[in-house]
Design a protein around this ligand. Structure first.
Ligand code: 5GP
Ligand code: MN
Length: 354
């Protein structure tokens, strides 16, 4: 018997009977539901939205996935793509949907700021709101906040949520593949410390539902393009290693992007190369996105990049993976990172030697 009892799933995640009954109380046969996620949706955002959307649709609810902007090609195989709309493509349509729906489910983000252009409409909507998310320090904007920073992924949380509601029978192979994708991508393929026994139990049940893990991995990861590899060459070439701080900074300039024929998603994961260097505890990646510079931070063990991104780069995320932004130019942003490192030198050194 692969599926654990409902009681066990309630224990696995911070979720109360009261939250479940309030949510169930919202559901009426004619309820219209919008599922949203953060800007530049990743595997966990698209996977969790798809998995939950599919189950709710099978139960007869009218559900629309509304994402701030498009997601990368290597996730386009996922089922229910026809139930997704992108805010950026038709804001007037999206605003009307947000204003008139009954329930909004916010997945894989915990601050309305992270929904980019949708922020105002979401904030103004009178719909009931629920957040299901695993990032640190949630904002207080929803009626129900299901927040558990120990969770590997929002996809794992959605599974526990469905299990607690006794709804997993609605999962089929396609929906299971969506949830599996987010678990696999957010755990670095079951590598990060957030991967718990419960994570593997969920994955086991999804596999039992028919998930073809090799196919999923191939679709997600064997998706490199010549432009991505050209950019990776540039990024690694631009990398600065600061052994005294156990840190690496990888950057791309607007010129790099242009000359390599950058396409959306091409620089995904570059930040991890810095962290894979011997003796490195902190990796930063800086890259232009529109008018600003987008930053990614990664760390090992206990170095808290969420705190660093929050304090210095208007960002956030998790302890070991966070992002932020900068309005300074590229050179000044890199200088700012370097100037911050002495503040963290002792901690980084202790971790590297620990
Ligand atoms: P990535 O570096 O892959 O873009 O993001 C790493 C983690 O940090 C993800 O969980 C992402 O949701 C979060 N994150 C990325 N950028 C930001 C940001 O600007 N603000 C906040 N609060 N979180 C971010
Ligand atoms: Mn996530």
């Amino acid at each position: 018997m692969l599926e654990l009892s409902r009681a066990l799933y309630l224990c696995a995640m911070q979720l109360s009977e009261n939250q479940l009954s309030v949510f169930q109380g919202w559901l009426k046969p004619q309820s219209s539901i919008i599922i949203t996620n953060h800007q530049n949706p990743d595997g966990d955002a698209v996977g969790s939205a798809t998995g939950l959307c599919g189950v709710l649709q099978k139960m007869g609810y009218q559900v629309l996935m509304l994402m701030p902007n498009d997601y990368s090609e290597n996730l386009k195989w996922m089922t229910l793509a026809d139930s997704v709309r992108f805010y950026e493509n038709d804001p007037a349509y999206a605003d009307a949907q947000i204003a008139n729906c009954d329930i909004i489910i916010h997945l894989d983000y915990n601050s309305l700021k992270r929904s980019g252009p949708m922020q105002e409409a979401l904030s103004a909507s009178a719909a009931k709101k629920i957040v299901i998310d695993h990032h640190q320090q949630p904002d207080d904007f929803a009626d129900i906040l299901v927040s558990d920073t120990s969770m590997s992924s929002t996809c794992e949380m959605v599974y526990h949520f469905l299990a607690a509601l006794n709804w997993t029978a609605h999962l089929d192979k396609n929906l299971a593949e969506a949830l599996y994708t987010g678990i696999a991508t957010d755990t670095g393929n079951f590598r990060f410390s957030s991967t718990s026994p419960a994570t593997h139990n969920v994955a086991a049940h999804l596999l039992a539902l028919g998930v073809e893990s090799q196919k999923v991995a191939s679709r997600v990861y064997d998706s490199n393009t010549p432009s991505r590899f050209k950019l990776l060459g540039r990024a690694l070439n631009n990398m600065e290693v600061l052994p005294e701080f156990h840190a690496a900074i990888i950057s791309l300039s607007a010129k790099d992007l242009e000359e390599c024929g950058y396409k959306k998603g091409d620089s995904e994961g570059f930040v991890n190369y810095g962290l894979s260097l011997i003796g490195i505890e902190l990796s930063a990646f800086v890259c232009p996105r529109g008018d600003i510079l987008k930053m990614s931070f990664r760390s090992k063990t206990t170095f808290d990049v969420n705190a660093l991104a929050r304090k210095h780069f208007e960002g956030g995320g998790h302890c070991n993976a966070a992002g932020g932004s900068s309005n300074l130019g590229l050179a000044d942003t890199i200088s700012k990172i370097k100037a911050l490192l002495p503040e963290y030198a002792d901690e980084l050194k202790a971790l590297a030697n620990g």
